[in-house]
Design a protein around this ligand. Structure first.
Ligand code: FMN
Ligand code: SF4
Length: 430
């Protein structure tokens, strides 16, 4: 990680370990929250986050300051909630787990600032159920923050109060979708809700609610401490700030790095992940988790930012990429992903509940040599029904179908060879 980006989140190389409260404070920790609460008004904070051009790090890249500005303001609005999305069940994604475990205070500080900006008095961190270590670290940090007066009544001697609790998820991928998350938080079945109304107007228990990703909140304290221009200058592409980029697959050093947003795919893989392991060639990669479209070698010099990756036909998503090397059968990899997505459908709408298992079955047939001519066209047609933006109630199904549609585009010859030869050409090659 470059030295000049350390102060922002500052968790990875700077200390090589977990940042407790004393270590975090020694790096100006909670100075951003102090300046927001004691020197600024809530609209000032929202304007600053808008000017910094922070885009949500949960996948869609929605501007954070703009989202906060949708919350109704005024003394008569009543109770509001600030929620952190730490569900992180996207295969290949592990950035939020790392942030919470190694620097829980930067998340807490970001949430205090967010809560002040929208004037929320209660907050929740919705955490993936299996995240036992992050839970323990966050729980400890929240207690430390209460003891220091950073949480609770009259923070920094002001009249602003904020309580923060952790909600450990029952554990489904769909709990990461923000409205399903709110249902789960309320103790209901985790089905997505009809939108509109969007959560800033009507969210948890029908109250105005902001849901942001862990990494999004973690970016906020640095903006308060150093200003919007400083934050904008950290980015090297069209977007501002830094990004937690991750790589998994057959590279020499799989891992996670905080880098200027807009670092190229090649730099991330070669300079930070140490390049492909000897004997393996990169065939394709899912740039932002399992629910994004494959890109291939010709895209290696693209900047990993929202606009560039979208223009190439995929999405930056979570920014944690999964590599596919030449020992991996694309049909089998996609079958594995579709198995996950079919299993995680909430079951509410037919194209997703019935379509994804159907797709999985056909992929198993192709992989095991039982497919026939015409099956690829059938697969493609059904993928279109499942993936259309308005065919399903939430974006689970369109996301689920992205790796399949792009694999049919870039690795079609592999699918065809399975059908022609009646077997998987990769068997025994890995
Ligand atoms: C099926 C599905 C799963 C999702 N999972 C997550 C998740 O685990 N974490 C997350 O932050 N956002 C997830 N999202 C996106 C959230 O709905 C929401 O857009 C995000 O939490 C907003 O935060 P941001 O604006 O800070 O990016 C998911 C969306 C869908 C459709
Ligand atoms: S698309 Fe899938 S996960 Fe989303 S509401 Fe429909 S059935 Fe549920």
């Amino acid at each position: 990680m470059a030295d000049d980006v350390r102060p922002l989140i500052g968790i990875i190389d700077a200390h090589g370990g977990k940042l407790d409260l004393a270590a975090y404070e020694s790096h100006d920790g909670y100075a951003g929250a102090r300046s927001a609460l004691t020197e600024m008004t809530p609209p000032d904070v929202i304007d600053l986050v808008k000017a910094a051009n922070l885009r949500g790090r949960g996948g869609a890249g929605f501007p954070t300051g703009m989202k906060w500005s949708f919350v109704p303001q005024g003394d008569d609005v009543g109770l509001k909630y600030l929620v952190c999305n730490g569900d992180e069940m996207e295969p290949g994604t592990f950035k939020d787990r790392y942030l919470i475990t190694y620097n829980p205070h930067v998340l807490i500080e970001g949430m205090i600032i967010g809560a002040f900006a929208i004037q929320a008095e209660e907050g929740y961190v919705f955490l993936r159920g299996e995240y036992h270590e992050p839970y323990a670290e966050l729980d400890k940090a929240i207690k430390e923050a209460y003891a220091k007066g950073y949480l609770g009544k009259n923070i920094f001697g002001t009249d602003f109060s904020f309580d923060l609790r952790i909600h450990s998820s029952g554990g489904r991928y769909i709990c990461g979708e923000e409205t399903a998350l709110l249902n789960a938080l309320e103790g209901k079945r985790a089905n997505p809700r009809q939108k509109p109304p969007f959560p800033p107007a009507s969210g948890a228990w029908g109250r105005p609610t902001i849901v942001n990703n862990v990494e999004s909140y973690c970016n906020v304290p640095g903006i308060l401490r150093n200003g919007a221009q400083w934050y904008q200058d950290l980015g090297s592409g069209d977007d501002a700030g830094t990004k937690m980029y991750g790589v998994s697959g057959r590279v020499n050093k799989p891992g996670l790095w905080e880098l200027p947003i807009g670092t190229t795919v090649r730099q991330i893989i070669d300079e930070h992940a140490g390049g492909m392991r000897d004997g393996y060639r990169l065939r394709g990669f899912l740039p932002g988790g399992a629910s994004t479209d494959f890109l291939v070698e010709e895209h290696l010099d693209l900047a990993m930012d929202y606009g560039t990756i979208q223009a190439a036909g995929s999405r930056m998503g979570t920014g944690t990429m999964i590599l596919m090397d030449d020992s991996i059968c694309p049909v089998d990899m996609v079958r594995n992903l579709e198995h996950f997505f079919a299993q995680e459908s909430c079951g509410f709408c037919t194209p997703c509940r019935d379509g994804l298992p159907w797709v999985e079955e056909l992929l198993i047939d192709i992989e095991e040599g039982r497919a026939q001519e015409g099956d690829l066209e059938l697969l493609e047609r059904n993928a279109q029904f499942i993936g259309g933006p308005t065919n399903t109630f939430c974006l689970h199904a369109p996301g689920a179908i992205e790796p399949l549609q792009s694999a049919l585009k870039y690795f079609r010859e592999d699918f065809e060879e399975h059908i022609k030869t009646g077997k998987c050409p990769y068997n025994g090659r890995a």
